[in-house]
Design a protein around this ligand. Structure first.
Ligand SMILES: *Cc1c(COP(=O)(O)O)cnc(C)c1O
Length: 220
């Protein structure tokens, strides 16, 4: 099976309205182009340098999703080309994105990344930290960085119940924030959760954006 066949098979199992981000990190522009030519537009990268190099050689109408840990000194480079940043995990980072986005007059969609796994190694906010971002003057005054939802990664485990519990926890956080801060705002609506190994559970728990790499491009 080739890349475009894997994508179309996946899309058949995904409900309408759910976005499939094809995670192309460590894979060549040629492989991305193959997916692009079959009509796919959303691709995910986790390193700023790699995203920049790839977007230079690929069509302009690709929606690039940044899904990795983002250093503040890299924000300036990716803001002119990125569609959505899934990994906002501090007010300082949000503020940097806002500054650069207004500088280049672009709206950049942002997701608040939560630490939902029990693994220590994963990045992300807890609820209290997210609330303090949303209550800050910097957030309230922002005009170009938009918070469109939340993102999280479950523990890497084959314990299905645990994965489900972590995704369900992220859903609760999402609902709570929506109620408290985005009552009349349709724009807060994305739940980025689910990868190759756990996307089925993520869909059952309300995911609206799947980030899938190895199932599409093969193992790295
Ligand atoms: C690599 C990566 C993915 C995709 O993982 P696969 O298991 O290859 O589907 C999803 N999200 C993030 C944040 C990643 O770094």
């Amino acid at each position: 099976m080739d890349i475009s066949q894997r994508i179309s098979l996946l899309k058949e199992t995904i409900p309408a309205g759910v976005t499939l981000v094809a995670v192309s990190k460590n894979h060549s522009p040629a492989m991305i182009l193959e997916a692009y030519e079959s009509g796919h537009r959303d691709f995910g990268e986790n390193r700023a340098q790699e995203l920049l190099a790839k977007c230079k050689s690929l069509p302009e109408d690709i929606n690039w999703h940044f899904i990795g840990h983002l250093q503040r000194n890299k924000v300036k480079d990716i803001v002119p080309v990125v569609h959505m940043i899934h990994s906002v995990e501090s007010l300082r980072l949000f503020s940097e994105i806002e500054n650069e986005a207004s500088h280049v007059k672009r709206v950049v969609q942002c997701l608040l990344q939560f630490h939902i796994a029990r693994e220590e190694t994963k990045f992300g906010l807890d609820l209290e930290e997210a609330v303090s971002i949303l209550e800050s003057d910097i957030y309230k005054a922002a005009t170009h960085a938009r918070i469109a939802g939340v993102m999280g990664m479950a523990t890497y485990t084959d314990d299905i119940n645990r994965i489900r519990e972590e995704f369900s926890n992220l859903y609760s956080i999402f609902s709570l924030l929506r109620k408290q801060f985005f009552r009349n705002e349709e724009s807060f609506r994305e739940l980025s959760m689910g990868m190759s190994g756990d996307y089925g559970i993520a869909l059952e728990e309300g995911s609206t954006i799947l980030r899938i790499g190895s199932l599409i491009f093969g193992e790295r």
